[in-house]
Design a protein around this ligand. Structure first.
Ligand code: NAD
Ligand code: DAU
Length: 352
């Protein structure tokens, strides 16, 4: 019997991960700890909220006393640590919030797990979900490997890199059983519309400008979110203790090409004349310190553990658009209130 703590389970990736574990492993007890920031939304878990093996707890991963009590109450056998401040642009505006959640929060969780599991680490697992951004920025050639040196360049990636280092330090110093995965850009349902793809889907629906930073030449490696959480499941159950695994989609797109593909698909789905959505593309001031290119080499995960991405990007994007078009209410809810203020601060115009 496993009792697993998932942190950040009300967020984008966390909600897909929670859904997978709750439905695939009815014998596991899953506790979702989330303090419901702007990015956390219990609507993301509506379909599984009454499952008998699922519980939600509201709380802060940076509150060690609270975590200590939680570990005592539930006697967790595993942790899947997803909670984070996750948006690069917000980290440029407010770096300290990223240190508090991503660094202090992660170290607090590590500390609570280490103390609770002290003297009996057998069968326990602290799995840290991280990002390819810790490796820095690539030029036109090359890939990120598991042994690529860390070179974080935004406050967000610096905070994630720091948290990765602490996870490894707890493994080496206290023998805490850990695993880390570093994944490329995710997309799919429940993605908060501050990130490129859902922001542009939302703006196309409302005929608003599509803000492309710089010349749109930056490259990201996109992976469908359900493929990411399937990889986490595989690594959690089959990966080697103490190891790091890269996760990626072999799917590089410049931002401008990606948005053109999105516009093309949206025109068809919204029955608008071809070329309508692309007219909304607007080049805006570049992101400070904007990393040029990310590209993951996921050979280790593919050859050692047999994971491969299941979807072609065009198909995944089509599924994603369909989800947003049939979940108007979700989109309207998350873009009301504080989102308006955020949007105005970032892009200088009122959001519809
Ligand atoms: P998200 O912003 O959608 O969700 C984060 C969740 O964490 C939210 O539910 C939020 O309420 C919760 N949270 C934030 N601070 C908390 C705190 N102090 N205590 C408890 N809960 C808190 O993020 P996401 O995009 O789903 O990313 C999840 C993880 O995956 C992050 O660690 C991120 O670094 C990593 N990651 C994301 C991507 C991506 O493309 N989105 C890619 C690779 C790795
Ligand atoms: O690589 C993994 C990372 O991917 C995760 O660790 C992060 O949590 C996640 O947010 C994501 O980071 P990015 O900065 O790559 O994602 P974002 O969607 O913010 O931006 C994708 C690209 O699009 C990036 O080059 C910046 C650009 N962009 C973004 C926004 C929001 C624009 O051109 N315009 C925009 O309005």
């Amino acid at each position: 019997m496993q009792t697993i703590l998932i942190t950040g389970g009300a967020g984008f990736i966390g909600s897909h991960l929670t859904r997978l574990f709750v439905t695939k492993y009815p014998d596991y007890h899953i506790v979702n700890l989330d303090n419901l920031t702007y990015a956390g939304n219990l609507e993301n878990l509506k379909d599984i909220e009454s499952s008998s093996n699922y519980e939600f707890v509201k709380g802060d991963i940076a509150d060690l006393d609270f975590l200590t009590t939680l570990f005592t109450k539930y006697n967790f056998t595993g942790v899947l640590h997803c909670a984070a401040e996750s948006h690069v642009d917000r980290s440029i505006t407010d770096p300290l919030a990223f240190v508090t959640t991503n660094v202090v929060g992660t170290v607090s969780l590590l500390q609570a797990a280490k103390e609770h599991w002290k003297g009996n680490m057998e069968g326990k697992m602290f799995y840290h979900i991280s990002t390819d951004e810790v490796y820095g920025s690539l030029g036109a050639e090359g890939f990120f490997y598991e042994n690529t040196s860390y070179d974080p360049r935004s406050p967000y990636s610096a905070s994630k890199a720091s948290s990765d280092h602490f996870v490894r330090a707890f493994h080496h110093t206290y023998h805490l059983p850990i695993k880390i995965s570093n994944c490329s850009n995710n997309y799919g349902p429940f993605h908060f519309p501050e990130k490129l793809i859902p922001l542009c889907i939302h703006n196309i629906i409302h005929n608003k400008p599509l803000p492309i930073y710089g010349k749109g030449e930056n490259v990201r490696d996109w992976l469908y979110v359900e493929d990411h959480v399937r990889a986490i499941d595989t690594i959690f159950h089959k990966g080697k203790v103490g190891e790091t695994y890269n996760i990626g989609g072999h799917n590089e797109w410049t931002n401008i090409d990606l948005i053109k593909e999105l516009c093309k698909q949206m025109d068809v789905k919204l029955a608008r004349p071809a070329g309508t959505s692309a007219q909304l593309i607007t080049f805006v001031k570049d992101r400070a310190g904007h990393d040029l290119r990310y590209a993951i080499d996921a050979t280790k995960l593919e050859t050692e553990l047999g994971w491969t991405p299941s979807l072609q990007f065009e198909e995944g994007l089509s599924k994603t658009i369909d989800w947003y078009l049939s979940n108007n209410e979700w989109l309207a809810n998350v873009t009301s209130g504080n989102y308006q203020k955020y949007y105005e601060g970032m892009y200088g115009g009122e959001e519809s």
